[in-house]
Ligand binder design. Structure first.
Ligand code: FE2
Length: 196
């Protein structure tokens, strides 16, 4: 099969309002997950994909308390991403948190649904080598290390293979992941597209 090389992109920026909402989001997520979703010691010692706490099973429930707070901020962020890249009407399809609380917590290579995926680094110390890693779509032997800071959001195509390597320190990492569909081409793109 012939493979046509196409380029792609990922976007990384600070979430506007991060400082205002960070502590409340961490409190809500921590309280909820400590009481309801704690893994047993047996599961914590298994060497496989291991996230101490997640609410991924409820990812389409937009009435969760922390989701109600963070969603408008993330919506504003992705609308800016969309318009800057020539797209319109991005829709957040689902959203969930992942708490990496213990040394060794990790999530192996995987992909998402939607046409783009977002990751909001809510609590993050950027300890090497725990940064998110993305596989280059055109050259799948190469990876991109995402140099993000707490408060950043990265948006990348959902088909890109990625992982969260094992936590190497006691510094807890909490991310909020979400899948996005960008539905239309921005009308301002039309003059450019007609010229191509
Ligand atoms: Fe992911």
């Amino acid at each position: 099969m012939m493979k046509l090389k196409v380029e792609s992109f990922a976007l990384l920026d600070k979430l506007e309002g991060h400082n205002e909402i960070q502590s409340e989001l961490i409190d809500l997520i921590t309280k909820e997950s400590d009481s309801t979703q704690m893994l047993t010691e047996d599961l914590l010692t298994e060497d496989r994909n291991r996230i101490s706490y997640t609410d991924q099973n409820d990812s389409k429930d937009f009435n969760r308390k922390y989701v109600k707070i963070v969603k408008p901020y993330l919506q504003k962020y992705i609308e800016k991403c969309a318009s800057e890249q020539g797209y319109l009407d991005p829709i957040i399809e689902d959203m969930w948190y992942q708490r990496y609380s213990y040394i060794g917590d990790k999530l192996g290579w995987h992909i998402h649904t939607g046409n783009f995926t977002g990751v909001y680094y809510l609590k993050y110390n950027n300890d090497r080598p725990t940064e998110t890693q993305l596989i280059q779509p055109c050259d799948q032997d190469k990876r991109i290390m995402v140099v993000a800071e707490e408060g950043d959001v990265i948006v990348f195509p959902s088909y890109m293979i990625h992982k969260s390597p094992p936590l190497v320190t006691e510094n807890e990492k909490i991310v909020i992941s979400f899948n996005i569909n960008w539905n239309k081409i921005h009308p301002e793109m039309n003059p450019r597209l007609y010229k191509i």
